[in-house]
Design a protein around this ligand. Structure first.
Ligand code: ARG
Length: 459
């Protein structure tokens, strides 16, 4: 069958007098990566065709033929029988050519009132909307996993750090819930970004709109878009929605990377706080004793890749005059890879986190090493009437006495403490212990088990 789209130089018009150079063809083609938008391309085409028929721009018979052809094409793609052709450049021309091959002239009428410029913008938005939904689901799954582990460790004491120095005791449950908050904001950002992704460009045509009486609202309704774009030049050219998604994705990966860094540290011999399930670690080819936390290390590394994609899209956009430019074809690989990386990472993490084994004794021993209750002693003295700065000074002396003798603050005798300041009484030991310190931090959002328990319930 001699479709006019079979030979690339005729894909646009008879204007071209020589075939495209082979390397140019490979350089300019996007079908290798944009074919993964095929289902959305077909969805968009069907909605467009139904509207064209409703507006009597094409006949009911044309629509029936298009619908029949698309069913077959979907099956061919799903079964792997569809033959993707590089010379047909992209997913749009490949599907259209096959449609025309299958149903004849009706296939050629599908593109009435449409351009690949508004078509591709529509496809990316549909694809990204689905990707966002999957990512939000995975973010919630990871949060559920973190909450589960946190619930089991509401009372497990560990050192809380500032400057990576032991600062004050916290609970492991509280620490994990910090990530539940971060990933919660990430999910919120994704949901918010979805509103701006979810607008219909179709109808913008190449750049200026079209003279056909299109019913854009009908297409938007059928495709589940919240609104129709209000400016045709903007609709076909801006990719800010993809950039915004990559920015939100970068923040997800920054949070993943921080968690990864902690997992790696905690799993090191120097900390010994946790063990990760073996299925998330690998050994060394030379050092038989090694068990390396490869998954969090790689996730930390992949955050660089996602942040790189954000940068790539920003730079891709910044020099483009209105309206569509072929530069925009470069938006897809970074965008796809960003979504793929996020989905894989979040899926792995939800399972891995559930498998964390905690060495509570090591956590507690580490908390005992750093005079983590020094602030509690100062607060105790303040409650006994000392100005905070004086209390701070007294505690500095207490810490000095302890470090000279290699003891924790709670190991000082009442006499030793009284010698530092006469206001000290026997009840001081209630705050000097790790447990007493943690239990006392009952302010809303604090580390006391009662508060952590409150924050366990999904928001
Ligand atoms: N493959 C193209 C892209 O990804 C589709 C739009 C092409 N439009 C054009 N006028 N060449 O952007």
């Amino acid at each position: 069958m001699s479709s006019s789209l079979d030979r690339k130089q005729q894909a646009w018009s008879a204007l071209f007098s020589e075939p495209v150079d082979a390397l140019v063809q490979r350089y300019t083609a996007s079908v290798g990566f944009d074919k993964r938008m095929a289902t959305f391309d077909i969805q968009g085409s069907l909605a467009h065709a139904r509207m064209l028929a409703a507006q009597r721009i094409i006949s009911a018979q044309d629509l029936a033929d298009i619908e029949r052809g698309m069913v077959q094409i979907e099956q061919e793609i799903a079964s792997g029988a569809f033959e993707w052709k590089l010379e047909l450049e992209d997913v749009h021309l490949n599907i259209e050519a096959r449609l025309t091959q299958l149903i004849g002239d009706a296939g050629k009428r599908l593109h009435t009132g449409r351009s690949r410029n508004d078509q591709v913008a529509t496809d990316i938005r549909l694809w990204l909307r689905a990707a966002i939904d999957a990512i939000v689901d995975q973010l919630e799954a990871l949060r559920a996993a973190l909450r589960e582990v946190a619930a089991a460790h509401v009372d497990t004491i560990m050192p809380g750090f500032t400057h990576l120095q032991v600062a004050q005791p916290v609970t492991f449950g509280h620490h994990l819930l910090a990530y539940v908050e971060m990933f919660g904001r990430d999910a919120e950002r994704m949901r918010d970004c979805r509103h701006r992704v979810n607008r219909l460009p179709l109808g913008a045509a190449a750049l200026a709109g079209t003279s056909y009486p299109l019913d854009r609202e009908q297409v938007a309704r059928e495709l589940g878009f919240e609104a129709v774009s209000r400016n045709s030049l903007d609709a076909v050219s801006d990719r800010d929605f993809a950039i915004e998604f990559c920015a939100a994705a970068s923040l997800v990966m920054v949070h993943v990377s921080r968690l990864s860094e902690e997992l790696v540290l905690w799993m090191s011999q120097a900390f010994g706080f946790i063990a990760l399930p073996d299925r998330y670690c690998t050994g060394s080819s030379i050092m038989p004793q090694k068990k390396n936390p490869d998954v969090p290390e790689l996730a930390r590394g992949k955050s660089g890749r996602v942040i790189g994609h954000l940068n790539a899209l920003l730079v891709l956009m910044k020099g483009q005059p209105l309206a569509y430019n072929k530069d925009n074809q470069e938006d897809k690989e970074p965008l796809f890879d960003t979504a793929d990386t996020l989905l894989d990472t979040l899926t792995l993490f939800a399972d891995m986190v559930r498998g964390i084994r905690v060495n509570a004794a090591a956590m507690e021993a580490a908390a005992l090493k750093g005079y983590a209750t020094a602030t509690d002693l100062a607060d105790y003295l303040v409650k006994k009437g000392l100005p905070f700065r004086d209390a701070h000074e007294v505690v500095a002396h207490a810490v000095r006495a302890c470090s000279a003798s290699g003891r924790d603050l709670a190991a000082l005798s009442l006499d030793e403490l009284k010698a530092l300041n006469p206001a000290v009484e026997a009840d001081v030991f209630e705050v000097l212990t790790l447990r007493g310190s943690v239990d006392s931090r009952r302010v809303y959002g604090g580390t006391a088990p009662s508060e952590v328990r409150r924050m366990l319930s999904p928001d």
